[in-house]
Design a protein around this ligand. Structure first.
Ligand code: NDP
Ligand code: 2IT
Length: 450
């Protein structure tokens, strides 16, 4: 048994058997860093795998809050401060009923390498709560955010751990979380990003993940002599990432024809009406079924059950597919449907949206594959630009941020390509991204001693 297999076995023994998402993320990284481990025996000497795959600190806290009927509600809150070798912990906060320690551990683990890949000085973390923001009043959202922050504010700080947005956490929630931190500490420190502009947020942060995803995909396609212009694209999700991916796809001349939410999928053969989509999902926070009632060219396909992964998005013929909703939403069945329609590129906007079987099938069929760690890194990269603007008090115009984002996404692609060349590998963006991220973190850990 070699060093990688030994580390994997030990991880299986020391972690919960139910940590299936974490093991999926772990396995993907460990399998792909083999060329790096062969070229750098010093990593084994420093036992670097075992040190990287264990979180520095995992905080589990209770959140008690009062609903609008003065009923006492209790939720579980978490923050996984996984690795801070490259800089202070950084990563989003997710509010969704499915949140559990396994999901946050996989997200925090992925975040370490994603953040390293950006080339910026941030460590990896993730947090959240099993709270369902749906059908809650604005006051209940505020109460919950305040209770969440009160429960663990003393574990974060502008140089320690900086929170951000994720599923169920946008500008509204970030505003309340920030307000409560200020109330408790009397400080306006930059302890959270994706803030509303009035509270020191950055222009371009709302758009950054979706725009960055399209910039990365364009860079990859240009390198292959291809373009998105005039191409049919399918997108899953209809939140922050999906909406801004659709917006940028239109700028490139592509035709985005789908979006989805937890209840169903829209196929609009004339192209998604972005203004209508924003009105329904961002203003009304309503279900996508209303899109079809207001737009004749659209078909609404309802999901059978909340957990049903047959989203129908992948059945629509397309050139490029962008999973932008949640983990493991693109399975083997979905890939088979995409392949039957001759898909050319799959670029991940969500974190770990493709199952291992789905990725294997895409790779077997030589479909261009842009992995989440690289393709959706634009969001956290602009979060760092927000932190730097907060610290310098010098705020930048939208164009400057957007150009920096383009530059960062282009550089990520170039760095991954170089890694593949260094290890005599064919261009494999998944393995290249894992090697690049792992190496940067491992080197920083070794420099800091045990
Ligand atoms: P939002 O909360 O804005 O939107 C999430 C979207 O995904 C909604 O349309 C939601 O549907 C849908 N969704 C969530 N869970 C499920 C599910 N189990 N099945 C089907 N649909 C689901 O989140 P974001 O757009 O910010 O995040 C989307 C993904 O992108 C996540 O994986 C996140 O981790 C990742 N990401 C986000 C970044 C950011 O900057 N925000 C940065 C990098 C990655 P509904 O409206 O019905 O709830
Ligand atoms: O997964 C992610 O990269 C995010 N949710 C963004 C994190 C952040 O801190 O901006």
């Amino acid at each position: 048994m070699d060093y990688i297999e030994q580390a994997m076995n030990r991880a299986e023994k020391s972690n919960c058997k139910t940590d299936t998402n974490f093991f999926q993320a772990l396995k993907e990284v460990l399998v792909s860093i083999r060329p790096l481990m062969d070229a750098h025996p010093e990593y084994k000497t420093h036992n670097i795998i075992e040190r990287i795959i264990a979180p520095n600190r995992a905080i589990h806290f209770k959140i008690e809050w009062l609903d609008d009927n003065n009923g006492v509600q209790v939720n579980n809150g978490y923050r996984i401060q996984f690795n801070n070798a490259l800089g202070p912990y950084k990563g989003g906060v997710r509010f969704h009923p499915s949140v559990n320690p396994d999901i946050l551990k996989f997200l925090a683990f992925e975040q370490i390498f994603k953040n390293a890949i950006t080339g910026l000085h941030i460590g990896g973390a993730k947090g959240g709560a099993d709270f369902d923001p749906k059908r809650k009043s604005d006051k209940e959202i505020m109460k919950f955010c305040q209770a969440f922050m009160t429960a663990f504010y003393n574990s974060i700080g502008a140089d320690i751990d900086i929170l951000g947005g994720d599923i169920g956490v946008g500008a509204r929630e970030v505003g309340y979380l920030f307000g409560q931190y200020k109330q408790l500490t009397n400080s306006y420190d930059s302890i959270i990003t994706s803030k509303p502009l009035a509270l020191g947020g950055s222009l371009g942060r709302t758009e950054a993940t979706g725009y960055g995803l399209v910039y990365f995909t364009q860079t990859l396609l240009e390198d292959k002599g291809e373009t998105l212009k005039g191409k049919i694209c399918v997108i899953s999700g209809s939140g922050n990432v999906a909406i801004h991916a659709i917006e940028k796809l239109y700028d490139t001349g592509a035709i985005p024809v789908t979006c989805s939410d937890s209840k169903g999928t829209i196929h609009d053969k004339n192209g998604i009406d972005l203004a209508l989509l924003k009105k329904i999902k961002l203003e009304r926070r309503a279900s996508l079924e209303y899109y079809a009632t207001e737009r004749k060219s659209a078909v609404y396909m309802k999901k059978d059950a909340y957990t049903d992964d047959s989203s129908h998005v992948w059945d629509i013929p397309c050139y490029a597919a962008f999973p932008c909703a949640t983990q493991n939403e693109l399975c083997e069945v979905g890939v088979k449907a995409l392949l039957a329609n001759d898909v050319k590129v799959v670029a991940e906007g969500a974190n770990m949206p493709s199952t291992p079987e789905a990725i294997e099938l895409l790779q077997q069929h030589k479909v261009l594959f842009a992995p989440a760690k690289a393709a959706n890194a634009g969001g956290v990269a602009v979060s760092v630009l927000e932190m730097s603007q907060n610290n310098s008090l010098h705020y930048l115009p939208f164009d400057v941020i957007d150009n920096r984002l383009k530059e960062i996404m282009g550089r990520i692609y170039k760095d991954i390509k170089e890694v593949c060349e260094t290890h005599d590998m064919e261009l494999d963006l998944l393995a290249g991204a894992n090697i690049l991220g792992f190496q940067r973190v491992a080197d920083a850990m070794i420099m800091q001693g045990v």
